[in-house]
Design a protein. Structure first.
Length: 721
């Protein structure tokens, strides 16, 4: 029995093989990545659909052609050909990275290709290529590299360093900038190495800040000192935050940046030192003192304990400067400032108020103000004792060092909870200081509440003066001056206040307040303006054309920067005969810048005015004043004139002053002429002009012109000059 079982027929086998090839082709074409084969010349012998799509054609069209036929890029085609030939020569599989141009979009695509050389059935060298499109991965990688470089550039420009800390592994990675700033090599750095180099006093703050970040996600932002390997201590500004947590929500990765802020710290310290500390003694200055006073009052309110403010003024400090120079005075201030600072606690304050004055603020003395005052007095005794000890002072010009000692006067005020303002404390302590000085210096005094009434009176009076200056409540009275023939030739203009409630007031009632405030300049300008107006009026009447007027000019006016310009403006606007106006000054003007004062006076003399030196003999009178100052007149103080009949020394003084005037060619006016006997003696001594109650008190202008006219009058008010 016959059978055809000898296997499938050739036709069936061929169909089966074709089916297998179709299946393989479908599989290969379904793969969304390039699969191809090339011969030795770089021509395609097989491509899948993905490759054909990439080149904008069909697989059949690509067979027998090389890449540039489709891309038009001959250079790229040549590169691909040389590359496949190189792999076939070595006859070893190789993975390469290469680019290809998408013919549809012109886009450059990036591939990772596995190239496998083989021989076909004819023994010819071929190569199979299985590629993976890594364009998106490459772009992400390039972007990451770009961002990384950009970050490095930003950090380099901003001079910052970067770190990240894996809390699980405790591994810390540092940037190149971090290494440059800290001086620590990145490969040798760890978290413990970092903490070991933080300055000991700052370690706990850094640890607490990091713990707050890890446990409560409180921003880590801190400045601390760091010791570099070369020994230099720098200030770092370190900031960081949590960027990744584990599945339990615990911090896994921290990232931060550091910056070297050493120079900023140095600059800040210099600025603060200039703004808040005295450059000589290094103690707090007035600005910082004001802040400390406010803090002391706040502390007093919280604790219920009284504090104290001491105003310390060195007695006769000027003598040291005058004798040995300002450097000696500076050396003494430095030593005494350090001594005072050593007497107080760390939370108290010793400040240099200015010149030879110090202010001390003490906290928490006692809840009982009386006990606080007792403690303050004991401390004042310690201060006086410490200041009174000798100070060794080196002198210039190789002179031997000296042992010098000074005393101090101290004013004290006690402050209680809910009482006083910071600005008032210094004023009260200053008033107590005045009490201490009045008792003979080298003493201390605690503020007496009675003085508060005086303060309030002064404040009220100053307020009234300001208002009256605006309202025009002031007038000038004139006290006549007579020559040896008793002709009325001049007058001294003296200000009077027509008080809205108290009536007419002499200067003794208000001038001290005016001089102690900034009212002296506007009031002085008013006096000058009014005197010039009156002079101009008299110049228009032949009966009064001969009169000369003198006005008092304060040292503060002369010291002001616009003194000369203001005087010139007022006098020029009035149009008076300038030779008829005389400005009276006192020796106190020379307590300022002497050369500046002399220059101003000379400028006004050149302008046509003249000057009288008032109260001569009561201060530090010296013939040298008459040599250097452009003085046309000396005024003998009334205290000498009144005493010359009974006191031999007063008589000698008057003789000396008149003699000086004669020797220097300067006229002399005697004030305080109250008796005919005064007049007779002064005439005999050669005095030129006379002024006093014997002739007339200061009177209103109407009564003054009556005197000029020779009319009788009566005046019952006894004004003080």
């Amino acid at each position: 029995m016959g059978s055809n079982y000898m296997g499938d027929s050739p036709q069936s086998q061929l169909e089966a093989e074709r089916e297998k090839n179709r299946l393989l082709s479908d599989i290969v074409n379904a793969i969304p990545e390039p699969i191809l084969a090339k011969d030795w010349d770089g021509n395609f012998v097989f491509v899948n659909s993905y490759v054909a799509k990439l080149y904008g054609t069909t697989p059949e069209e690509m067979i027998g052609k090389e890449d540039s036929f489709f891309t038009g890029n001959k250079e790229q085609g040549k590169f691909f050909k040389e590359n496949v030939q190189s792999v076939m020569r070595r006859f070893e599989p190789e993975t390469v990275y290469e680019d290809s141009t998408d013919s549809n979009t012109g886009e450059i695509r990036h591939f990772q290709s596995l190239k496998i050389p083989f021989k076909n059935s004819n023994g010819e060298l071929n190569i199979a290529v299985i590629a993976q499109d890594i364009t998106e991965i490459t772009e992400l990688k390039n972007l990451a590299e770009f961002n990384s470089k950009r970050l490095e550039h930003v950090l380099a420009v901003s001079r910052e360093g970067m770190w990240d800390w894996n809390t699980k592994t405790n591994e810390v990675l540092f940037s190149e900038g971090w290494e440059k700033i800290t001086g620590v090599h990145r490969s040798k750095a760890s978290f413990s190495d970092f903490m070991a180099r933080v300055v000991e006093e700052d370690k706990q703050r850094v640890a607490d800040a990091l713990q707050a970040l890890l446990e409560n996600n409180i921003p880590y932002d801190i400045e601390f000192r760091f010791k570099r390997p070369d020994g230099e201590v720098i200030w770092l500004w370190d900031r960081g935050s949590i960027v990744e947590c584990d599945e339990d929500g615990k911090p896994l990765l921290l990232v931060g940046i550091i910056q070297d802020v050493t120079q900023q710290k140095i600059d800040q310290a210099k600025i603060e030192s200039l703004a808040f500390y005295d450059p000589l003694t290094k103690l707090p200055n007035r600005a910082l003192l004001s802040d400390r006073l406010g803090l002391a009052l706040d502390r007093c309110k919280r604790s219920g304990k009284c504090g104290a403010v001491f105003f310390v003024d060195l007695d006769n400090f000027k003598n040291l400067n005058d004798t040995y120079g300002h450097q000696a005075g500076d050396d003494l201030l430095v030593v005494l400032g350090a001594r005072l600072n050593a007497l107080v606690r760390g939370d108290d304050t010793v400040a240099r108020f200015g010149g030879d004055e110090f202010v001390i603020v003490l906290n928490d003395l006692d809840t009982d103000p009386r006990k606080a005052a007792i403690k303050a007095k004991l401390i004042a005794q310690d201060i006086r004792s410490s200041i009174g000890k000798n100070v060794s002072i080196k002198l210039n010009n190789n002179r031997p060092a000296i042992e010098y000692s000074v005393t101090a006067s101290i004013g004290i005020t006690i402050f209680e909870p809910d009482l006083r303002q910071a600005s008032e404390l210094l004023q009260l302590a200053d008033l107590a200081l005045y009490q201490a000085k009045s008792s003979g210096r080298d003493d201390y005094a605690v503020f007496d509440p009675v003085i508060q009434g005086e303060i309030e009176k002064t404040v009220r009076l100053e307020k009234e003066l300001r208002h009256s200056l605006i309202q025009g409540d002031f007038v000038l009275h004139y006290q006549p001056q007579f020559d040896v023939d008793q002709h009325l030739v001049a007058a001294e203009a003296l200000i009077r206040w027509v008080h809205p409630e108290r009536g007419l007031l002499g200067p003794i009632e208000f001038i001290s307040v005016v001089e102690g405030s900034n009212l002296i300049t506007p009031m002085g300008e008013w006096v000058l303006t009014e005197a010039c107006r009156q002079l101009k009026e008299w110049e228009s009447d032949s009966r009064y054309q001969h009169l000369r007027v003198s006005i008092n000019t304060s040292a503060k006016q002369v010291w002001s920067g616009d003194f000369v310009s203001n005087v010139k403006r007022i006098v020029s606007d009035s149009g008076i005969d300038r030779s008829k106006l005389r400005l009276e000054i006192t020796e106190t003007v020379l307590l300022g810048d002497t050369s500046d004062v002399i220059g101003k006076l000379n400028e006004l003399v050149d302008f046509g005015l003249s000057f009288s030196l008032d109260d001569f003999g009561t201060g530090y009178s010296s013939p040298s004043y008459l040599k250097h100052l452009p003085i046309s007149e000396l005024k003998v103080d009334h205290s000498f004139t009144r005493g010359l009949l009974d006191d031999e020394m007063d008589l000698v003084m008057v003789k000396s002053i008149i003699g000086l005037g004669q020797n220097f060619g300067i006229s002399v006016v005697a004030e305080g002429v109250e008796k005919e006997a005064h007049l007779d003696v002064l005439k005999g001594l050669g005095c030129d002009l006379f002024q006093g109650y014997y002739f007339s008190h200061p009177v209103p202008v109407s009564e003054f012109v009556a005197l000029v006219d020779g009319k009788p009058w009566t005046h019952s008010i006894d004004w003080s000059q």
